[in-house]
Design a binder for this molecule. Structure first.
Ligand code: ADP
Ligand code: MG
Length: 360
């Protein structure tokens, strides 16, 4: 229903679903990839703004036919984050010794390697990244290497040490700044993680940062109108959700345009309650997260600032930073490393925070 309705109105369809807007971001990426690789591109933004969807759309609809060589790795979709799985996301075993050239049957590319070389990499007798550079050097086409949910790498141990992420980032610097062999795009919603990178002077200097926000209000208003909602319904829904696309798609499943405004309000209030319960759940478990006993009070104090005046990371004391870190890690709040400003991940959390404060 949703897809058909919007398709008729001229919306793009991507994977059997409407694809909304993102003109600016698509053009940005197309232009970016035309240049010689110089820096790592970090794409970041609150959870569910559409980072993964955007990059997958660009790969499939804009780049694949233009002869780019693309290796795309989504670490959240990898079943188990281990060093071995990480290796297999780049390489597979060639069946015989003559078959070591690139495997061109894959949509997204992967390197073929002799079994004995692969074994040496697993045993760390050959450095994975040195081998990858050798492989990249062999490819003639313009290369793009994309990795989503990079923070997962932080948790992979190699020989009891957490060095993989550091090595990986060095490899990305080599690919871009040093050898200009490939574009590197790294995606994450976890900006506490990104902040560590942002504060590493070497990486900051060798990286670009692109924020992907929730869409503009006009775009969502138009989409809701195209779905058949009236102005009152639209205003109410945007007051709760802001402009987070996926929530409106879900809303359409539950409350149709012909349903009453009361039904819509009831649905949205339930969503808000849900968001509030997530906040309470975190505060209740403060011990697990090593939060202080007065986490509730501290949360109220910081939440008030977020709602009323805006909150900057640099104004926080150590205790407040710990608390905000947890809420950012849980993707209820969002922290922009470029400005230091902390905001709710989407408007529904702002509404939930307002309720939470009122009730205390
Ligand atoms: N441009 C878009 N048009 C339509 N739906 C989108 C768009 N971007 C994201 N979505 C939907 O929103 C949800 C979250 O998107 P996702 O790409 O996973 O966000 P992120 O990677 O930023 O967390 C998905 O269900 C996706 O289908
Ligand atoms: Mg994503």
């Amino acid at each position: 229903m949703l897809t058909e309705t919007l398709k008729k109105k001229g919306y793009k369809i991507f994977r059997n679903y409407p694809f909304i807007d993102r003109e600016e971001e698509i053009n940005f990426l197309k232009e970016y990839f035309k240049e010689t690789p110089q820096r790592i591109l970090f794409i970041y933004g609150p959870k569910s703004t559409g980072k993964t969807t955007l990059i997958e759309y660009v790969i499939e609809k804009e780049l694949k036919e233009k002869g780019y060589w693309i290796n795309y790795l989504n670490l959240r979709r990898t079943l188990l984050a281990t060093y071995e799985n990480f290796i297999y996301s780049f390489f597979e075993e060639a069946k015989d010794e003559t078959e070591t050239e690139l495997n061109r049957t894959y949509d997204l590319k992967i390197f073929k390697l002799e079994a004995k070389t692969l074994k040496k990499i697993k045993e760390r007798r050959i450095n994975l990244f040195a081998e990858l550079i050798r492989q990249f050097e062999k490819i003639k086409e313009k290369k793009i290497f994309i990795i989503d949910e990079i923070q997962v790498l932080e948790d992979i141990y190699v020989n009891g040490e957490k060095e993989l992420l550091k090595e990986f980032l060095n490899f990305c610097v080599t690919l871009t700044k040093e050898t200009h062999l490939a574009h590197v795009v790294i995606l994450t919603s976890n900006t506490i993680f990104l902040n560590r990178i942002y504060n590493d002077s070497k990486l900051k200097e060798t990286s670009d940062f692109k924020l992907i926000e929730h869409p503009e209000k006009e775009i969502i208003v138009k989409m809701l109108k195209d779905l058949g909602y009236n102005n009152t319904q639209i205003e109410l829904a945007i007051d709760y959700y802001g402009t987070i696309i996926s929530r409106f798609f879900k809303m359409y499943q539950h409350v149709k345009p012909q349903d009453s405004i009361e039904k819509l309000k009831e649905y949205l209030d339930k969503e808000k309650l849900d968001a509030k319960m997530q906040i309470i759940e975190i505060l209740k478990r403060y011990k697990k997260y090593n939060l202080d006993k007065d986490a509730y009070e501290l949360f109220i104090k910081t939440a008030k600032k977020i709602i009323n005046t805006g909150l900057n990371f640099k104004d926080l004391n150590e205790k407040e930073i710990d608390l905000m870190d947890v809420f950012c890690e849980k993707e209820i709040l969002f922290f922009d490393p470029q400005t230091g400003i902390i905001t709710p991940n989407s408007r529904i959390y702002l509404k939930a925070m307002e309720d939470f404060i009122k009730e205390r």
